[in-house]
Ligand binder design. Structure first.
Ligand SMILES: Nc1ncnc2c1ncn2[C@@H]1O[C@H](COP(=O)(O)OP(=O)(O)OP(=O)(O)O)[C@@H](O)[C@H]1O
Ligand SMILES: [Mg+2]
Length: 593
């Protein structure tokens, strides 16, 4: 009941179509109930009457009346179906909007635990269930109950004895439908599951087509997919076999009624207690009597399924949104100074060990801080605490003296430009992608940003320059090109805090140098957190922070750290001396071969 009320809370703007649909459905039941009476009345008239002007007029009236009824039926059917669907799909639209808005507000913590496919299925498939409920199941119950009541009243008034006899097959019908629901429906659901499985496997498989080719796994993978295809066929055939068995059985139980009416009604008609026209009416109404009984079990099941879908949707909507804005949170309206302090910060993802422990670090405004350390040590994690993608498990971070949690999320994130480690570009034009962080920038500003990022030159060479479509369905960019676009995007946003996570990792040394110069210009009046594996790129940072084993192992300028001969010195040695030496050795070996 609670879920039902919840579903109907989404019908808000669709009260009118829903009301029209319900009215049309009720009227339609009335029309359907009246129709057989025309045949009955005709037979009645033929039996007792003679052909004269009066009967001729009567028949004309019957014909015209029936014509009117059929026209009304057409109009009502249109209204009931169309308006119910307007309401149903309207509700789905409301729900989907609501889900998407909610999805956007959920934390990255939530996303790291979810399969994208699952979320898409919630948004697309489960929300479909609302339509089934509003446009089919509930109207179905209404129509079928009304029809049942209507037909019962008519049959009772025609002849209550025969009416009671027609009830005889009902237990058999109900029994048949119960079994139908018990065996056939689950089989069809199973088929649905196999289909989803096939879809998911195929999706995964095609995404890895490059690997399949590289490892020559074609045959094995074809076999695996083939199995899924066969499993799907088998589940389908199983469902169809059950269906083929049950369908005739269900049909048989409802035809028992016809036998009952022939046997008893026939007798009563001969004995004169049941007029011919009423006997005929019984036959005409019989199907209208049993059909709703059969349909109701399906309606009920649909309601159950729809409510289950609605439950899954509401479960998602009940998911707590992102680190909430504190009620007392203030908006940073001015440009921040960019003074960031980590106060004894520890952090742990939902799953897994602590990543950071007791990190204390002061980043003065307009300073450049480099984070270095072995892979997986927590550099990206540490940087993502600044825009509050996650909140520290202990300790706090302040910006210009405000605890980040005391600032509104939006106003905080407006102060930060990021170039992330895995660049993501949306399907759209180059222009749209660069303007993503600041859609109102002028053409000059955009080109300026692209120039700073060293991207302008390659963009101009694209088939349609800034209007070239990129992303999944567009022109494919190289890793380095993507990186430069995302730098342009960050440059254009022109925020006082800049976070660069491996921003130059996928460009060649020459481009790296160019970007390096660009970034240095950019870092001038900004607080910058830069993460890089190649230590040569962060040599000039004001402070270099070396992370190791969840903590800050050492920090200082390049000169200071080199003098210490600690971890930084060691990493530096490996990169500047040992790696090139190994490389030279390898080359020499190849040459010798
Ligand atoms: N979303 C997540 N959920 C759970 N654990 C995570 C998540 N992201 C990262 N981790 C874990 O946190 C640790 C630190 O990861 P992080 O990405 O911060 O490392 P990193 O220093 O940036 O490494 P790299 O140099 O390879 O980019 C790793 O052990 C990683 O497995
Ligand atoms: Mg990283």
């Amino acid at each position: 009941m609670k879920t039902l009320r919840y579903v109907f809370s989404y019908t808000k703007n669709y009260a009118a179509p829903l009301a029209i649909a319900i009215f049309a459905m009720i009227a339609l039941v009335g029309v359907e109930l009246l129709t057989p009476l025309f045949v009955r009345n005709l037979i009645g008239a033929v039996q007792g009457g003679v052909w004269d002007a009066q009967t001729s007029g009567y028949i004309t009236r019957l014909a015209v009346g029936l014509l009117g009824l059929y026209i009304a039926r057409g109009v009502l059917r249109f209204l009931s179906s169309y308006e119910a669907h307007i309401a149903g799909w309207g509700v789905v639209t409301n729900v989907r909007r609501r889900i998407y808005e909610h999805l956007q507000r959920l934390s990255l913590r939530f996303y790291s635990d979810q399969q994208t496919g699952q979320l898409m299925s919630r948004m697309i498939n489960d929300s479909d269930m609302f339509e089934r409920l509003v446009a089919h199941a509930i109207p179905g119950i209404l129509v079928h109950v009304l029809t049942l009541v209507g037909v019962s009243v008519i049959l009772l008034s025609l002849n209550w004895k025969v009416m009671l006899l027609t009830l005889v097959p009902i237990p058999a019908i109900i029994w048949a439908m119960r079994n139908f629901a018990k065996y056939v429906r689950p089989a069809f659901r199973m088929r649905q599951k196999e289909l989803a499985e096939l879809n998911a496997t195929l999706n995964d498989n095609l995404s890895g087509i490059r690997e399949i080719k590289a490892f020559t796994r074609e045959e094995a993978e074809a076999g695996r997919i083939g199995k899924h295809i066969e499993r799907y066929r088998d589940s389908l055939l199983h469902a169809l076999r059950l269906m083929a068995t049950f369908q005739p059985f269900v049909e048989f139980t409802s035809s028992l009624g016809t036998i009952v009416v022939i046997y008893f009604g026939g007798r009563l008609a001969f004995q004169g207690t049941l007029p011919l026209q009423d006997l005929v009416a019984f036959f005409l109404y019989l199907e209208m009597f049993y059909q709703p009984i059969r349909a109701l079990s399906g309606d009920w099941e649909q309601v159950q399924e729809a409510l289950a879908g609605a439950d899954r949707v509401s479960e998602l909507l009940n998911e707590e949104p992102e680190p909430y804005d504190n009620p007392t949170a203030i908006a940073l309206t001015e440009r921040a100074q960019g003074h960031i302090v980590f106060h004894d910060v520890s952090f742990q993802y939902d799953r897994g060990d602590t990543v950071l422990e007791h990190i204390s670090l002061e980043i003065p405004a307009n300073h450049v801080v480099a984070l270095v350390g072995p892979t997986g040590v927590g550099k990206t994690t540490m940087a993502s605490l600044i825009p509050r993608f996650y909140d520290p498990t202990a300790g706090k971070i302040t910006l210009d003296g405000h605890d980040l949690r005391e600032l509104t999320l939006q106003s905080l994130r407006r102060q930060i430009s990021m170039v992330l480690q895995d660049v993501f570009l949306f399907h759209g034009t180059v222009r749209e992608n660069i303007l993503f962080g600041r859609p109102d920038a002028t053409e000059e500003e955009m080109i300026q940003a692209a120039k700073i990022a060293n991207a302008h030159e390659f963009i101009e060479k694209l088939p349609e320059g800034y209007d070239t479509l990129i992303g999944e369905r567009g022109v494919k960019l190289s890793g380095g090109q993507k990186q430069r676009l995302s730098i342009a995007r960050a440059v254009l946003k022109n925020a006082p805090i800049l976070i660069l996570d491996e921003a130059t990792s996928s460009v060649d040394t020459e481009t790296e140098l160019l970007i390096q110069q660009a970034l240095e210009r950019l870092m001038l009046n900004r607080t910058t957190i830069i993460i890089a594996h190649r230590l040569s790129t962060i040599r000039h940072a004001d402070t270099i922070v070396v992370l190791e084993g969840k903590r800050i192992a050492e920090k200082g300028t390049h000169g200071e750290l080199m003098a210490r001969r600690g971890l930084y010195w060691h990493l530096n040695e490996v990169q500047t001396n040992i790696e090139p030496a190994l490389e030279a050795l390898r080359r020499a070996e190849i040459a010798a071969d």
